[in-house]
Write a protein of this length. Sequence first.
Length: 243
Amino acid sequence: MSFVASLARKVLSFHLERGIATQRAQGFPSLAKGRATMKADSYHASMASRRAAGYPELRAGRETQKAQGYPVLVRHREIQAAAGHPAARSARDHKEKKRDERWTVMKDEDPAAFKKSIVAANRRAVELGESLEEFTQRHAQFGITDLDDVQKYWRQAEATAGRRLPTGDMLRKKCEECRRNPCFKCDSAKPTCGRCAKRGLQCIYLPRIVKGGKGKKSNDDEGDSDSLAPARAGHKRKVEEVE
């Protein structure tokens, strides 16, 4: 009887040690699960008590921040503004920055297109109420620091603000002096347009070549054709002399 009891104890001890070894190798999953359950129950119990009390520590922290004027938030906004953070810039500022970068490249690669873009931007800026000081600062970004050039751009922008720039047929009917300055309007008056008469400039209308075969006339009126008659007569005399 004692032998059987001793054998039973040995078998039980063997299985117990084997089970403990298996649990140890697996990290005692049952124990870990029990601890996790206890921790979750404790957490939920704590949250339930805090919820019932109205989260006193959170409410106290908010009241403290409000009394101090939210210093952390204010400091964060100051850092963003000082660093030029995108959140501190408006969409318009971002768009103007991209436009300035595009103009910088255009200035080096295509000066004519750059000048045309500057004229259009100046006209738009004056229409939006940009002051002369802001106008000067903006041109300084593109390397235009000569005050005479800036004032010339300013006068052109003021002269064209609120109206369409002359293009197409309007441009072809302009005198030569006004054609050199597309921003100015020419009334195409003969023999001297209003702008040239006002500034004491020599007003010249040259005939424009019009493609389309015989029978086509230039955009200038008959007065221009009459003014060219002496030149044509002289050309005819030269031809007769050669013959």
